[in-house]
Design a protein around this ligand. Structure first.
Ligand code: SAH
Ligand code: SF4
Ligand code: F3S
Length: 442
């Protein structure tokens, strides 16, 4: 009997992609992936540590698995991801959840098959967490979530140390893949039916790929130009681009490269220069707004999204008003809004003037209301337009409703058929809602 596994993924697209790679490796080893954790012989939990609620959800999940482990000691539990890169988390697991079989981190996901084989061979519990990333491991298999679109790592880690953020501690220092490796991977993906790629990095703008057989460095804009040449590839996206070093060359790439989607996620975090400085973001309100102006001028119709944190230590009502004002000026198509969450070991943990929960929540509600009203207004303006939509699949709730994304990353629902999946179809927009568009296939 083949052993079955299920991966639960928390966190960002990096984690999602790590899970795709882990699934690819295990399938290659002969394990079988199942959709439901209840049916799996092996449960793998890929954790995120970005905010406190992510930590809590992980421990909640472990709590659920405890009884099953008691009933069936053969049931195997593996935990990995960003939380495991923190010693206090490992200590908690050892003390409170000693039945966990495998613990590994973000730098050695390629070791999973080996660690798992050792547990199955009854060699005992396996703990293997690396403090830093070694050489980039190329050529790992990958079991994609979508047939027609793929996540592609271009770099790992982060050097920016924004004062609120845990990622530099959980993902280590920046390391870029060689451009040739990325191009080769994308060509293989296209041969396998991929039409759209999402290039991943915590700050893609600081991508520095060493070219093979030369001393030259390939920057992010150059990488885009290289990928734009790949025949059969239709769309290129990327995430995330840090405003502090978005280059003119990248703006020009939007103009020159037909495959680069006219959409950008440009996290602002806050609208007050004072707070941005305390966050160590290396740009101020004026610089950010100028950048947005330049992007809008060079790339007419570009859609924009952002991340915003409310309640960073010391944020006053005036600071918060500046955030609201910046949102009104930029008019984002959408925004991810977060309550500031204290992360152990970050500089902001030690800052005085932590904002009371009720003030944070009040500001958060005002923020969401503004963001949503702008999204609704922007989406309403799409009615009557014809958009090219890459069809992702049927909706979970209604098998006749299909969903896909426009070039500008708008989610569209429409009546479709299974043969449309993976194709780019023309959709006439009939309604604009707050978070999505409705349309009819032409
Ligand atoms: N590298 C990306 C962001 C990755 S984390 C960038 O710099 O844009 C995704 C988002 O989580 C961040 O943009 C930030 O808005 C939010 N975030 C990170 N740490 C947080 C914290 N301690 N509390 C609340 N939100 C946080
Ligand atoms: Fe975190 Fe800042 Fe790095 Fe983004 S750039 S991952 S917010 S430290
Ligand atoms: Fe979370 Fe790690 Fe991503 S902390 S947001 S999974 S890099």
């Amino acid at each position: 009997m083949r052993k079955t596994f299920n991966i639960t993924t928390f966190g960002c697209q990096m984690n999602e992609h790590d899970s795709e790679i882990m699934a690819g490796m295990l399938i290659e080893e002969g394990y079988e992936q199942v959709d439901n954790r209840k049916d799996a012989d092996i449960a793998i939990i890929n954790t995120c540590s970005i905010r406190d609620n992510a930590d809590k959800r992980f421990f909640g999940t472990l709590g659920q698995l405890k009884r099953r482990k008691k009933e069936n000691p053969e049931f195997t539990v593996c935990v990995c991801g960003c939380m495991m890169q923190q010693q206090h988390v490992i200590d908690t697991i050892k003390a409170k959840y000693p039945w966990v079989d495998v613990i590994f981190g973000t730098h050695n996901i390629h070791k999973l098959p080996e660690l798992l084989a050792d547990v199955i061979a009854r060699k005992g519990k396996q703990i293997d967490v690396w403090p830093e990333g070694g050489e980039i491991v190329e050529g790992l298999p990958c079991e994609r979530l979508y047939k027609s679109k793929a996540l592609v790592n271009i770099m790992f880690g982060c050097n920016n140390f924004c004062t609120y953020c845990i990622v530099p501690y959980t993902r280590g220092r920046e390391r870029s893949r060689r451009p040739e490796e990325i191009v080769a991977e994308v060509k293989n993906l296209v041969a396998d039916g991929v039409r759209e790629i999402m290039l991943l990095g915590q700050n893609v703008n600081s991508y520095k790929g060493e070219k093979k057989d030369s001393d030259e460095i390939c920057d992010f804009a150059e990488l885009i130009y290289m990928l734009n040449e790949i025949e059969g590839l239709e769309r290129i996206r990327f995430m995330t681009s840090h405003p502090k070093d978005l280059s003119d060359r990248l703006i020009q790439a939007f103009v020159d490269c037909d495959k680069l989607c006219k959409n950008i996620h440009l996290p602002v975090q806050a609208g007050s220069s004072r707070i941005l400085k305390a966050m160590n973001r290396h740009y101020d309100r004026e610089k950010y707004l100028k950048l947005v102006e330049r992007l809008k001028a060079a790339v007419p119709g570009i859609t924009m999204s952002t991340d915003i944190i409310v309640g960073f230590p010391g944020e006053t009502e005036e600071d918060f008003e500046e955030t609201l004002d910046l949102i009104r000026q930029v008019e984002y198509d959408s925004a991810f809004t977060f309550l500031y969450s204290i992360r152990k070991g970050t500089p902001a943990e030690k800052m005085e003037n932590q904002i009371p929960e009720e003030v944070k929540h009040q500001r958060f509600d005002r923020l969401v209301e503004l963001v949503n009203s702008i999204s609704a207004k922007k989406n309403a303006a799409y009615v009557g337009r014809i958009e090219k939509v890459l069809v992702e699949g049927a909706s979970k709730t209604n098998s006749r409703t299909y969903t896909g994304r426009t070039d500008g990353f708008k989610l569209v629902n429409f009546k479709g058929t299974p043969d449309m999946v993976g194709k780019i179809v023309d959709v006439k927009i009939t309604e604009g809602k707050t978070f999505s568009l409705e349309g009819e296939v032409l």
